[in-house]
Write a protein of this length. Structure first.
Length: 365
């Protein structure tokens, strides 16, 4: 299509699903800070004042699950009292034995995708990049402005008009934010446009037809777990490429790097970004597959969407000569046993230079 409209969404750290992602990754970080060889898959579910923490943890770390969960809610900005139920056991010995071979092996089977595109300096699709920046700005304004009417729960959505493969303009921006009781919707709209949208959005992408849609449901006073339930791993499109690239189906949050759902997805992003940065293609998607107990991938596939500068076969050869997709190497090369994961839980796992999978490798070819 010559003209097309593509939309991506993001949510704030105060969204109930993101509360649970943050709790899960804070548990993982605490485990790794005490025992870098921890095997963790501990998730959370929240509704109203009840938090349920459950999963598997094989670790030498001493983990106070209740304390971590309650502190997370407090740090996000929720002041209610919460009750925590914990049901955590050790990792299945069969899975643990499969992972702990003579060579570190995949902790599960599955497929993972990595994606990169040259439409932004971050080599990310513009819709998801802007959606994340808007929700992050909601949090920044809420915490920096002592008189802010904003509360922790919120969402954004950005629709970009493309002409061919090129960004043409922003068609629509949707921002919804939980707020205090004493502000009118008109005042809230003006506040969000002034404090959230205007500092983030490039005015060159805005025209007279661009729509700003602020709190389309009207009043949004009840939020967080009291407005909806939340569970770890329910925002995997938000976490990745906003729908522009495919997803493998497995979530990231709560999982230690032996879980290839997480580590291989990070590595394929690292590979894809390096290929686009080397100008071998304008965009690329990479798929890998693994089987539990096996160290190397079963398959590697690439798609450059007819933007390749050399043949796809040559690009795949370059990838295979420059990158090692074994689980052991992924963990080592990206240094994934460090407690870095709580920061990933909100505003996307990709397109943020503080993470090691966002570096660019100089390729030999």
């Amino acid at each position: 299509m010559k003209q097309r409209f593509f939309t991506s969404e993001s949510v704030t750290v105060g969204h109930p699903d993101k509360i649970c992602d943050t709790i899960a990754d804070r548990i993982l970080d605490e485990a790794l800070s005490q025992d870098k060889d921890s095997h963790i898959a501990v998730e959370a579910t929240i509704k109203d004042e009840l938090i349920f923490i459950y999963g598997e943890a094989t670790t030498k770390a001493n983990l106070d699950f209740e304390k971590i969960a309650k502190q997370t809610l407090k740090d996000i900005g929720y002041e209610e009292e919460y009750n925590v139920i914990v049901k955590v056991s050790k990792q299945s010995p069969e899975i643990n034995n499969a992972v702990q071979n003579s060579e570190t092996s995949a902790g599960d089977q599955g497929i993972m995708f990595g994606y990169a595109t040259n439409e932004t300096p971050e080599l990310m699709p513009l819709p998801i990049l802007l959606a994340h920046k808007l929700t992050k700005q909601l949090e920044t304004v809420r915490k920096s402005d002592s008189n802010s009417p904003l509360k922790p729960d919120g969402k954004s959505q950005v629709t970009i008009e493309y002409e061919g493969n090129k960004v043409k303009r922003i068609d629509k921006i949707v921002v919804s934010s939980q707020h205090t009781k004493d502000i009118t919707q008109e005042s809230l709209r003006n506040y969000i446009i002034d404090k959230v949208i205007n500092p983030i959005i490039d005015r060159n992408l805005i025209d007279e037809k661009t729509e700003f849609i602020i709190n389309p449901s009207g009043s949004f006073i009840l939020g967080g777990s009291f407005g909806d339930s939340g569970t770890t791993g329910r925002k995997i499109v938000v976490d990745t490429y906003g729908g522009a690239g495919r997803i493998g189906g497995g979530c990231f949050s709560s999982k230690d790097p032996s879980k290839v759902d997480r580590s291989a997805a990070y590595y394929t992003r690292y590979v894809a970004k390096s290929i686009v940065a080397a100008k071998l293609a304008e965009k690329i998607e990479i798929q890998v597959s693994y089987a539990i107990g096996m160290a190397k991938p079963l398959s590697i596939m690439i798609d450059t969407f007819n933007t390749n500068k050399i043949s796809d076969e040559k690009i795949l050869e370059i990838i295979e000569n420059n990158f090692d997709f074994s689980v052991y190497n992924i963990i080592k090369e990206l240094d994934l046993k460090k407690p870095i994961y709580a920061k990933t839980a909100s505003y996307g796992h990709f397109g943020r230079e503080e993470f090691p999978w966002e570096k660019i490798k100089t390729l030999k070819f």
